[in-house]
Design a protein around this ligand. Structure first.
Ligand SMILES: Nc1ncnc2c1ncn2[C@@H]1O[C@H](COP(=O)(O)OP(=O)(O)OP(=O)(O)O)[C@@H](O)[C@H]1O
Ligand SMILES: [Mg+2]
Length: 309
């Protein structure tokens, strides 16, 4: 469905128009019918990649093929929906007018368009505010109407830049359901997010982007398996001796109402057991902490520093 190969993007910035390489050879592909999550820290290049795929910014090098066509193909655009990161739109329009305008851009009109607008406003629970100007919308309301406009042309391929930001928990749930519904209809979705829970709930595969490079792609579960597990151990606190023994191991130790809470990673597990048993402390519990997207970022960031040096 989408194949991005070695995409490079330079921006000229500042007074001297100095070139900054924002995308340093981004490669990934999205298969038909899947939800692909693009994850990465702020400034990694997610939005820039999306804009490049959509043909909104000229690319410096590399190639993008969407629905078998090269970048910029006009026919392809008819089948694509896009939710921008900051859907600020034309704020003097009402929600309904925005959808009508977007629909007309896609060549829709008449009763068909009116019915589609009603259906979408209902879907994103914004029918009540259809006659209200966008400048009077809250962040979450804008996000909802943003999702609606992305769907106006019943696109086969949806690009959603952080679709859940700004929404309350119920709103997030609703938008997630809506995304899953589109997938059920056979649509292909590329979305970005910082939130592991979103990505877990939605995506078939993810791509991790760090400083302008896709450093990993695959199923989220498999990617998380590759990172270290952190453990949390609860000990019945005995005396200060154990704290001084543990301090040599440079791990997190916290006193909590008669207990000690230790946090450490896999590598050091055996040594912790040794120190604890030598100190005669009782282990109350030991459990692995949830592997997180943050953990993945941290591990990849370490490698990234290595690449750059
Ligand atoms: N028009 C521009 N001119 C110059 N630099 C830009 C421009 N647009 C983006 N950048 C830079 O490109 C880098 C990537 O930005 P981008 O918006 O793609 O990141 P992102 O992954 O979407 O981040 P976030 O999670 O914060 O949305 C940033 O360092 C940003 O400052
Ligand atoms: Mg962004």
């Amino acid at each position: 469905m989408l194949k991005v190969d070695n995409l490079v993007k330079d921006f000229a910035t500042g007074f001297l128009r100095k070139k900054v390489r924002v995308l340093k050879g981004v490669s990934f592909s999205v298969n038909k019918g899947e939800i692909f999550g693009f994850v990465g820290p702020n400034g990694a290049g997610k939005t820039t990649t999306f804009k490049a795929v959509l043909g909104f910014v000229p690319i410096t090098d590399g190639s993008v093929e969407l629905m078998g066509k090269p970048l910029g193909d006009v026919d392809v655009k008819k089948h694509v929906g896009y939710l921008p990161e900051n859907p600020y739109f034309y704020d003097y329009l009402t929600g309904e007018e925005l959808l009508r305008y977007m629909g007309q851009l896609h060549g829709l009109n008449g009763k068909g368009l009116s019915a589609k607008i009603d259906e979408l406003l209902e879907k994103v629970k914004m029918s009540h505010a259809r006659k209200v100007q966008l400048r009077k919308y809250s962040k979450g309301m804008l996000q909802r109407v943003g999702v609606a406009q992305a769907l106006i042309n019943d696109p086969d391929f949806l690009i959603l830049d952080e679709p859940m930001t700004g929404l309350d928990p119920i709103g997030q749930r609703e938008i997630k359901d809506l995304i899953l519904e589109e997938k059920k209809k056979g649509k292909t979705i590329l979305l970005s997010s910082h939130m592991l829970s979103d990505v877990e709930a939605l995506c078939d595969r993810v791509g991790v982007i760090m400083s302008g490079r896709v450093v990993k792609t695959g199923e989220l579960g498999k990617l998380l398996e590759e990172i270290h597990t952190d453990y949390e151990m609860l000990l019945k606190y005995v005396d200060e001796r154990i704290i001084s023994n543990l301090s040599d191991l440079k791990i997190s130790v916290e006193k909590r109402a008669g207990f000690l809470v230790l946090r450490f990673d896999e590598d050091i597990k055996e040594r912790i057991f040794q120190v604890v048993s030598d100190s005669g402390a009782d282990i109350v519990s030991l459990h692995p902490l949830r592997k997180s997207l943050e953990g993945l970022f941290v591990e990849e960031a370490k490698k990234d520093i290595h690449i750059e040096s």
